[in-house]
Design a protein around this ligand. Structure first.
Ligand SMILES: [Zn+2]
Ligand SMILES: [Zn+2]
Length: 146
């Protein structure tokens, strides 16, 4: 684990604690492990590849358990689902309600997150309250395009 990953993990856990407190939710060991694993990875990771990191010393986590933990974190906006590649990535902006733009490189699998500041769903159905949105852009990052 590099220093920047350690800081990202500590940061993410601190934000998660705060968000959970606000929502009256519990940051279980499994949820902490999921958050830490994604912070350490620093890129989108498929849920299946997270199973060893989410398990204990004796066995990897069960897929359903892992998905539940990841979906909990996703609902808090702490991680984002990258639907197009069936993976999860740590939110680069500390979670909460925001419109997420992900730029996913199909060559190296990295993803950069930008926050869309435009009002989400300007033409949304009347009365619909948007809580979170993820826009996925696929292509090649600068390093891979060069
Ligand atoms: Zn985000
Ligand atoms: Zn790339």
């Amino acid at each position: 684990m590099t220093d920047s990953h350690r800081i990202a993990a500590a940061d993410a856990l601190q934000r998660a604690e705060k968000l959970c407190l606000k929502k009256g939710a519990k940051l279980t060991d499994l949820r902490r492990r999921a958050l830490t694993a994604l912070a350490v990875a620093g890129r989108p990771v498929k849920a299946y590849d997270l199973l060893p990191a989410l398990g204990d010393e004796t066995s990897p986590a069960k897929p359903a358990t892992a998905y539940r933990a990841l979906e909990f974190l996703e609902q808090l906006g702490l991680v984002h689902k990258v639907a197009g590649i069936n993976a999860f990535v740590l939110c680069a902006h500390g979670g909460g309600s925001h419109v997420t733009c992900l730029y996913v490189c199909e060559d190296c699998g990295s993803a950069e997150e930008r926050v869309e500041h435009a009002q989400p769903g300007a033409d949304a159905p009347s009365g619909f309250e948007v809580e979170r949105s993820v826009v996925e852009h696929y292509g090649r990052c600068a390093a891979c395009a060069a």
